[in-house]
Write a protein that binds this ligand. Structure first.
Ligand SMILES: *Cc1c(COP(=O)(O)O)cnc(C)c1O
Length: 405
């Protein structure tokens, strides 16, 4: 027998009382009409210190230092923030992670770098249900370079496995690009095993960790990952349009080839010399002027993550998504949970399918209850561990149950 709605509701308070990270929930800017935010995996909420940090940036750094700011503060910031993401979230030693561009642009750059690093091979590998931008870019690169994209089909409520990867990689594979946590199903791949499978074929492993960074602990160095990219506006709360990050393992730095070589990824950016020679290490992945203003909020969230620790964040994430699944089972029996029920294979969101999803989500947004609609019949519930309380999950899913019925 599943617990009844009243029991489940009472449990929210018990879970919040026992939550060691509960104090963090108040460290985000409150929304005017916010009842329950269930979309932290699409756009994280602003940390409460962001307004003051932006004000300080404008006065002290921008107005205060003007053009001197580049030499004194900003040129090194993409690498400094990259190192902080690497240490707090990626299991990456310093010097391998850089903040730049958007995820889409970085996908293009690392795919092109991978092609340059595997001459003589002519296949790229991706899941057929991968996030659209990843698919669009790999298709275009395949067309432009005369390469074949080999599409892998996985069940919609799961994702890539070592077995599926083994079926498609081979001596022609340049690289496989998979999501660490799938954007729809939340499937958390067995990343070390998939990496090993891809590399056993002599191919490069590229992970898109847009939905994984800040929600699950990653160990890129230990797993031997080649390249990775991800967003900073989802669980890293960098704000709308905040720049993305890329990881390039140190062993690839000497041969790293940026397909958009720009002056600020060059060895001596302000020397205006003829001929491009790359900056050492992952910094050569930078092309044009880095979006420094867009990195302010990211820095504030990283401070919270550094204090809380990714292991505790992951524990809370499991508790939140497990509780959410219990609520869905009890309150929305007509919905299908299209997300792994095994917590070990699940990121920090869930997708449920129900025929009334589209209209229900539209109605909920107007009431300050904010999940996400995913075509054709999915409701995606993203539970950002530091900003979400169990009471909020209960409120949100109760409202969702009403709206769906
Ligand atoms: C959110 C997301 C992106 C976003 O790309 P942008 O260029 O930052 O808009 C890319 N890939 C995946 C898997 C995502 O979840």
């Amino acid at each position: 027998m599943s617990p009844n709605p009243a029991e489940l509701r009472a449990r929210a308070a018990v879970l919040d009382d026992a939550d060691p990270l509960a104090a963090h929930v108040a460290r985000f800017v409150p929304g005017d009409d916010l009842v329950a935010y269930l979309d932290g995996n699409s756009l994280g909420r602003p940390v409460a210190s962001v307004p003051a940090a932006l004000e300080t940036f404008v006065h002290t750094e921008w107005a205060g230092r003007l053009i001197r700011g580049w030499d004194e503060l900003w040129l090194t910031r993409p690498a400094e923030l990259g190192d902080r993401i690497g240490a707090a979230c990626l299991g990456a030693a310093s010097g391998q992670t850089i903040v730049a561009d958007s995820t889409s642009v970085l996908i293009f750059k690392v795919l092109r770098a991978a092609i340059a690093a595997r001459p003589g091979r002519d296949e790229l590998v991706m899941l057929s249900d991968e996030f659209p931008t990843d698919r669009f870019i790999i298709e275009r690169i395949g067309d432009d370079h005369g390469l074949t994209v080999r599409w892998v089909d996985a069940p919609l409520d799961a994702g890539i496995t070592p077995e599926l990867a083994a079926e498609v990689v081979g001596p022609r594979t340049i690289a496989a690009l998979f999501s660490g946590v799938a954007y729809r199903s939340a499937w958390w791949a067995d990343m070390p095993a998939v990496t090993a499978t891809v590399q056993a074929a002599g191919a490069l492993m590229i992970w898109d960790c847009s939905h994984a960074v800040g929600s699950v602990p990653l160990e890129f160095d230990a797993w031997g990952v080649d390249y990775a990219v991800g967003c900073s506006y989802k669980y890293l709360n960098g704000g709308p349009g905040a720049p993305a990050w890329a990881y390039v393992a140190a062993r690839h730095h000497d041969t790293l080839r940026n397909p958009i070589p720009g002056w600020l990824g060059a060895a001596a950016p302000f020397s205006m010399i003829e001929g491009y020679s790359p900056a050492p290490g992952v910094a050569s992945l930078v092309s044009g002027t880095p979006p420094i203003l867009g990195m302010v909020a990211l820095g504030e969230m990283l401070t919270l993550i550094e204090v809380a620790g990714i292991v505790a964040i992951r524990e809370k994430s499991i508790a939140l998504t497990s509780y959410a699944i219990e609520l869905v089972d009890a309150l929305i029996p007509a919905a299908t949970v299209s997300t792994p029920r095994d917590a070990a294979r699940r990121g920090s969101h869930l997708t449920i399918d129900h025929p009334n999803s589209a209209i229900a989500v539209q109605r909920l947004w107007a009431q300050g209850v904010i999940p996400d609609f995913r075509h054709p019949s999915g409701v995606r519930i993203g539970l950002s561990p530091l900003s979400t309380s169990f009471a909020e999950v209960e409120r949100g899913i109760r409202a969702l149950a009403d709206a769906l019925s």
